[in-house]
Design a protein around this ligand. Structure first.
Ligand code: G16
Length: 540
């Protein structure tokens, strides 16, 4: 089997974003496009010869072909061992776990996460470092720089590796180990959570459904919830990973998982439900006729996780991304737990988790995780909820009202303006940025601007600085508007606006509570002038 240097031309759009590189499938399928990215990643690092690499993907369209490309380039670059999930499948948190379990150099996950799949959907690639965390910005910047000038990639000319069966295979001088993608992950979950208590909860008649959205968590959820925890077969729905996610948009939120919301609003709804996304790192929690926002969920996890045996006396602190509501701030203040606020992007939590500044972190974008792996983890979050429900003997709604009674309720909603003209979106943000110094003191309806800032962050460990991470406007009545551009889209730009307001009463109509905040934002931002649309494309 020959290793050759294949000549290539750089693609100037290969810029790593919030979470790896994401583009349309058709873009990724261009000649040598993926090859360039993979080689740029390896060219930006040293010391991996003979070491172990973990490789997997979320099963979306092009996963099967892309995995073979990654294996051949990794073998040609000199990795000694590559561990790959059967069928080329791994969830993002399982990949992260396998990296540390096998003391690997790092891992490559092929996913565009919550973005749609299929031939006309999105594809993506992400690199996790030896601690199982997403590559930090300093490293992804190197990937981007290298991709701009790459002129060759190393290639091992060999037949495709058979990934349908587990076992050891040889690819040139590299050993390929095809493993069951689920087992190690499920073992880890059993060490963290009290499966006996959760089983008892299920045996007491508590009903639960998990929606894997035809994406990667299907096999994980079937094994954990139905086989290990004894839920009836069929409790896990949409459980087979499909290349196009069966036309579902694999983003577990009330808009894209409306079918699950409808199911939970029916009179015969189960007691509890959860869903996860394309690569298994996001989660949504629902109860009968009740959606629990990820921000409230993070606050509830902060309240109760320290009481679970695995986290007892090891609960160091909590972090949230800046746009996430400050419901968790109230809990950490009350419980005297350190709190960190980071820019959007799971990569900002890695150093905090690893240096034991925090144990738990979460985001409004349906992500939560702990220091068990340095990626967010949808099944972990679901099990954490189930374990808390079993231990407290309370219903999900009771946990939520307990929280609101103690701290008041932070009403919260996000408006997305998806796939808008990128230049117009930048103008809108620039104009908002220019208004920041003069906003304080201005009145908008019943609300007055208290303060405004362009959010920047200094990593407490590395002291690296990130500027321009969104704009925050704090208003009277504990109301807040946050504006930022998404870093995960693949078409034009997506403007995200996050609205929140605290009220003591927790039974008000959220639309009414938030209407003045939304109105203030629309006056300040002049959205229709810049984006030529009046209504958001998704309200979450
Ligand atoms: C990624 C990041 C998250 C971020 C989310 C949304 O999640 O890991 O930290 O909150 O994107 O980012 P944006 O608002 O920039 O689109 P995932 O699940 O897509 O990997």
């Amino acid at each position: 089997m020959d290793i050759t240097a294949v000549k290539t031309e750089p693609y100037q759009d290969q810029k790593f974003g919030t979470s790896g590189l994401r583009r349309r499938v058709s873009v990724f399928m261009q000649k040598n496009y993926l090859q360039n990215v993979v080689q740029s990643i390896f060219d930006s690092m040293e010391g991996f010869e003979g070491k172990t690499l973990i490789v997997g993907g979320d099963g979306r369209y092009f996963n099967d072909k892309a995995i073979q490309i990654v294996l051949k380039i990794a073998a040609a670059n000199g990795f000694g061992r590559i561990i790959v999930g059967k069928n080329g499948w791994l969830s993002t948190p399982a990949l992260s776990h396998l990296i540390t379990l096998n003391e690997a150099f790092g891992g490559i996950i092929l996913t565009a996460s919550h973005n749609p799949g299929g031939k006309d959907g999105d594809f993506g690639i992400k690199f996790d470092t030896s601690n199982g965390a997403p590559a930090p910005v300093s490293l992804t910047n190197k990937f981007t720089q290298r991709a701009k000038i790459i002129d060759r990639f190393w290639w091992l000319d060999a037949p495709d590796v058979e990934l349908g069966n587990t076992g050891k295979k040889q690819l040139g001088n590299t050993t390929i180990e095809v493993i069951d993608p689920v087992l190690d992950y499920a073992n880890m979950m059993q060490k963290i959570f009290n499966f006996k208590a959760i089983k008892k909860l299920f045996n007491s008649g508590f009903t639960f459904t998990f929606d894997a959205m035809n994406a990667i968590t299907g096999p994980y959820a079937k094994y954990i919830f139905e086989e290990l925890l004894g839920l009836p077969q069929g409790s896990v729905v949409h459980a087979v990973p499909l290349p196009d996610f069966g036309h579902l948009h694999p983003d577990p939120n009330p808009v894209y998982a409306k079918h699950l919301v409808d199911r939970m609003n029916a009179d015969d709804a189960p007691d509890f439900a959860a869903a996860s996304d394309g690569d298994g790192d996001r989660y949504m929690i629902l109860s009968k006729k009740l959606f629990i926002t990820p921000s409230d969920s993070l606050a509830i996890l902060t309240e109760h996780l320290p009481n679970l045996a695995y986290y007892k006396n090891k609960f160091y602190g909590v972090a949230r991304s800046m746009p996430t509501s400050n419901a968790v701030d109230k809990v950490t203040k009350r419980k005297k737990i350190p709190l960190y606020v980071t820019p959007t992007g799971w990569k900002y939590f890695g150093n905090l988790l690893q240096s034991k500044k925090i144990t738990l972190c979460g985001e409004e974008s349906f992500g939560a995780g702990s220091n068990h792996v340095l990626e967010k983890d949808g099944i972990w979050a679901t099990l954490a909820w189930l374990n808390i429900l079993a231990q407290t003997n309370k219903k999900p709604a009771e946990l939520l009202t307990d929280l609101w009674q103690k701290d008041g309720r932070i009403y919260y909603i996000r408006h997305d303006y998806e796939n808008v003209n990128a230049e117009n979106a930048r103008h809108l943000m620039d104009s908002l940025g220019a208004q920041v110094p003069t906003l304080p003191g201005q009145q908008f309806g019943c609300l007055t601007v208290k303060s405004a800032e362009i959010f920047s962050y200094e990593d407490p460990i590395t002291k690296e600085r990130e500027s321009n991470q969104g704009i925050v406007i704090n208003l009277s009545k504990e109301a807040r508007v946050v504006a930022r551009l998404s870093g995960t889209g693949t078409m034009g730009a997506t403007l995200r606006l996050y609205f929140s307001r605290k009220e003591k009463s927790y039974t008000d109509n959220p639309d009414e509570v938030l209407a003045p905040v939304i109105l203030a934002a629309s006056t300040i931002l002049q959205i229709s002038k810049y984006l030529e649309i009046d209504v958001p494309t998704a309200i979450i």
